[in-house]
Structure formats: C-alpha cells, structure tokens
Design a binder for this molecule. Structure first.
Ligand code: NAP
Length: 262
C-alpha cells in the first residue's frame, strides 16, 4: 500500500537511536524528508548518513540539541521548512523512589516528557490545520496503561501528556482539518535504554543481565522484545494519508504483555 507520505516533511525528535530512529527510518523509506534531533552530535550525524543511504531521494537534516529546552526546540523547528508530521520523543526519566524526588527532579521529568511535546504541538498544529494535513505521534510508554512502581516520574509526566492530547485531538478545529494526534505506547523494545534497564534490574536482583532479560522475555506472550523497525512501521502507518480518521488514541505495542481487554 502506498502510504501517501512522499514529499512530506517529518520532524522526528530524539532520533539518533532506538525508537525515534526506527520512526525516522520508516518515514524516510516512505519518501518523507526528515529533520532528526538528539543531544549527541556524533551519533546523530552517523544516523543522518545512514538515513541518506536508505533513501537518497529525500532530504535528511540533523539538528543537535536538547528537545527539553526552548533552544533545542527552536533550532529543530527552524530547520524544518514545514512540519507535516511531528514525532515527539525524548529519553525517559530515571527510576527511583518518590521519597527521594524534589521539585527539581519532577520539573526535569515534566519538561522532557510532558511540556516539551506540548510546546512542539503548540508550535506546529495550527499550520498543519491551515494546510489540511497533520500527524502528531507522541512516543509515551506502556506504563501509561499499566504504571510501573519505580517509574513514578514517567507514570506522572506521561499521564499528564496523555490527558492533554486526549482533549486537544478532539478539537474540531484540528480533527476536521485532517490533523490527528495519537500516542504510541511501547512495551519492551530492544534498544539501548532497555539494555540499561535490564542491566540495572539484574544487578538489583542479583542476576546477570541476560538471566534477567530471559525472564522478562518469557513474561511477554510474543516471547521476545520488539524491534525499532516494527515500531517505526506502525508509526509510518499512523502517519499515512489513510489514517486521517484515527485520532486521540493510545496504541499499545507490547507483544501482548498488557493483560486487559481495554
Ligand atoms: P534510547 O535507545 O536510549 O534512545 C533515545 C534517543 O533519544 C537517543 O537518540 C537519544 O540521543 C535521544 N534523546 C534522549 N533525550 C533527548 C533529549 N532530551 N533531547 C533530544 N534527544 C534526546 O531510548 P528508546 O528505547 O528509543 O526510548 C525512547 C522513549 O521511549 C523513551 O522516552 C523511553 O522511556 C520510552 N520507552 C522505551 C521503552 C523500550 O522498551 N525501549 C519502553 C517504554 C518506553 P542523545 O542521548 O544523544 O540525546
């Protein structure tokens, strides 16, 4: 199926590695021009070079910066001639015990995982509505549906974003103009972040990272971790021309790990 994305401009935040990179790869393969961001300039430049090889017909621009800061967001937006597709993403907050978190800790999590995506949405959706096409996808977490105790900062910040997006997506000024806003909720995906989490979980429970990973895999009905390519493919599908009637949704990609019906 032709997803109708040829020549669209996508701004993919936090995309030098992992799930963001998977989204950028899928969009580039579908013929989108992309602006990708990350804080580390070297890995970002290497990813940009890989994307250009993947599809030499599209433009790939790399903007190094922290998307959680006003400067990082301004630089990313300035580089993108027009944002047709916005993929909001940033690193997740650290695990811990809420008794140890002060106001500054909370504000850092809210900045990265709630206020930054809201600022990016604010800067882009009205232009999308004027042009009659827009796709916003926020990479959140399966923890929005099934909160994880040690990830309180993530549970809180991402739930705030989820509530905000649910209201905004239903504004007729956007929905009637072919602007959709949805959230993608990853379960366990084979990325650098997951490897760090598995190593930390193993160390805490006196197991090796590979023992801990094997138990984690066994608890997932699919019996494996997801891949960034699978995540990117679903992202491209939700950004497609055909997905214009799909808005305000939270789509869980977790190999069946979440046990509920809804
Ligand atoms: P990852 O493999 O660690 O990749 C994170 C990417 O984001 C890197 O390119 C990183 O580059 C960039 N980044 C991080 N913070 C940034 C910032 N403030 N500004 C700009 N770029 C930033 O992580 P991932 O597994 O893809 O996870 C992506 C998101 O999904 C995270 O929020 C994570 O919590 C969430 N998630 C992941 C999983 C999973 O299983 N993988 C599950 C649930 C939720 P730099 O470090 O160079 O900036």
């Amino acid at each position: 199926m032709d997803l109708g994305l040829q020549g669209r401009w996508a701004l993919v935040c936090a995309a030098s590695k992992g799930l963001g990179r998977g989204c950028a790869e899928a969009l580039v393969a579908e013929g989108c021009h992309v602006v990708i961001t990350a804080r580390g300039a070297e890995a970002l430049a290497a990813t940009a070079a890989d994307l250009r090889r993947l599809n030499p017909a599209v433009q790939v621009l790399a903007v190094a910066g922290d998307i959680a800061t006003p400067e990082g967001r301004a630089a990313a937006l300035a580089a993108c001639p027009q944002v047709d597709i916005l993929i909001n993403n940033a690193g997740g907050p650290p695990p811990g015990d809420f008794r140890d978190w002060d106001r500054e800790t909370w504000l850092a999590a809210l900045d990265a995982n709630m206020l930054a995506p809201i600022a990016m949405i604010k800067a882009t959706v009205d232009g999308m509505a004027e042009r009659g096409f827009g796709r916003v996808l926020n990479i959140t977490s399966g923890a929005v549906k099934a909160p994880i105790d040690v990830l309180g900062l993530s549970n809180g910040a991402r739930s705030g974003l989820t509530g905000f997006v649910a209201g905004l997506a239903r504004q007729p000024a956007l929905a009637s103009r072919n602007v959709t806003l949805n959230n993608l909720l990853p379960g366990a995906f084979d990325t650098e972040r997951l490897h760090k989490t598995l190593a930390a979980g193993g160390a805490k429970s006196g197991q090796s990272a590979s023992e801990f990973a094997a138990k984690r895999r066994a608890a997932i009905p699919a019996q494996r971790f997801g891949t960034a390519a699978e995540f990117g493919a679903v992202c491209a599908m939700l950004c497609s021309a055909q997905a214009g009637y799909l808005t305000g949704q939270n789509l869980l990609l977790d190999g069946g790990a979440y046990p509920g019906v809804f």
